[in-house]
Design a protein around this ligand. Sequence first.
Ligand code: ATP
Ligand code: MG
Ligand code: MG
Ligand code: MG
Length: 462
Amino acid sequence: MKRTKVVDALQCTEYGTAINVKGWVRSHRNSKAVDFIALNDGSTINNIQVVVDPETIDAETLKSITTGACISVIGTLVQSQGAGQTVEVQSKEIEIYGLCPSDYPMQKKGQSFEYMRKYAHLRLRTNTFGAVFRIRHNMAIAIHQYFHEHGFHYFHTPIITASDAEGAGEMFQVTTLDLERTGKGPVPYEKDFFGKKTSLTVSGQLEGELGATALGAIYTFGPTFRAENSNTPRHLAEFWMIEPEVAFLDKEELMDLEEDFIKYCVQWALDNCKDDLAFLNKMIDKTLIETLESVVKERFVRLTYAEGIDILEAAVKQGHRFEFPITGWGMDFSSEHERYLVEEHFKRPVIMTDYPSEIKAFYMKKNPDGKTMQGTDVLFPRIGEIIGGSVREEDYGKLVHEIEARGMEKESYNWYLDTRKYGSCPHAGFGLGFERLILFVTGMQNIRDVIPFPRTPKTAEF
Ligand code: ATP
Ligand code: MG
Ligand code: MG
Ligand code: MG
């Protein structure tokens, strides 16, 4: 018999028809006359209730169907009397695919996230992680949909690269293993990537600029690697980044794009992930849906770095204590500072612009004052920096000057400089951390809990 997904079975109103549902047991309880099995197949957060008449199944077999077991049920779809569900399946026949022994690590409800991180391979089967990863899927679709609708081309930049886009030296080197034959047998040794020094990409931006200066508007969406030994709830060593890059875009238009894009994604979640959001709103953050709705409605605050510093200095004068001191012009904001601005001062997202050039990357276009640059970072409640963006320096001479002033090797950027040498155009773009967006949309607290298999200095089990 053809299987019906739980998500479809729950919508079905053809009562009395035969149905086959398959999935993993979420719970099994017995009352006097019947047993109730809550079944979930990952297609929705909601379980379908299977009602089992003990007369229809051998008692030992029925008892063996515990939380986590995988079964197939053939039965009749009936209207449910139970609260919170419309249909249930009256079982006629149960086939067991896989029993689940009592040492199943996800058996107990309400385990801590820290505990569950040890079982990244099994936590996927819990309600919370099911909700998070269905939302993650939906966000990926929203991103492609947004850019497709707005005439951007999906552009693939290399994972193995010789350029350090951020100039921060946080790169994983790529090596190949070779074997040296010795008297004691073959000994493995590391070699460069076919004689060249290469690394895993920290950002697809520089290559993305090549795309934008040919195709007009592109976006990348791929894995990104940073060898930063930071054990914060906002950093991963392997994360996914979305990087649109657009020709002929100025700073104001860039900010409009950043704001419009995030709002589109959040609205997409509100429209397409209703059940999962309702679950997370109940279990993780009681203000989640309200927060998402207000982000879509409100205009983001736009302020300069200098104004940001003024606000933080005023806060200190009024007695606010920051862990990292406010040292004035030239300081980089820590996430604590960013969160003060968005959560306590403005109480909504902020786009911060015109940072001092020296704290930002070499490719950002300077303002005429020679001190500040046309950066546009988006700061979000609960997250801090969610987007880092800027107008790019399009002047060949100025860019070469900046590369040399920072002691970078000009020769290794010649391919990049060619975009400025031949038919240079004004352009701008940004990078958004996919997991930070998912953190915001799901209400989860730790970035390790919004990617299926987190890679951090302390979590990379397999
Ligand atoms: P942060 O200040 O939080 O370390 P950044 O300024 O180093 O971020 P950018 O180089 O501007 O980051 O990268 C663009 C975006 O990528 C960031 O705004 C953030 O959303 C995301 N991002 C950066 N580093 C990480 C990381 N290690 N893990 C997850 N997301 C990241
Ligand atoms: Mg960083
Ligand atoms: Mg930053
Ligand atoms: Mg940044």
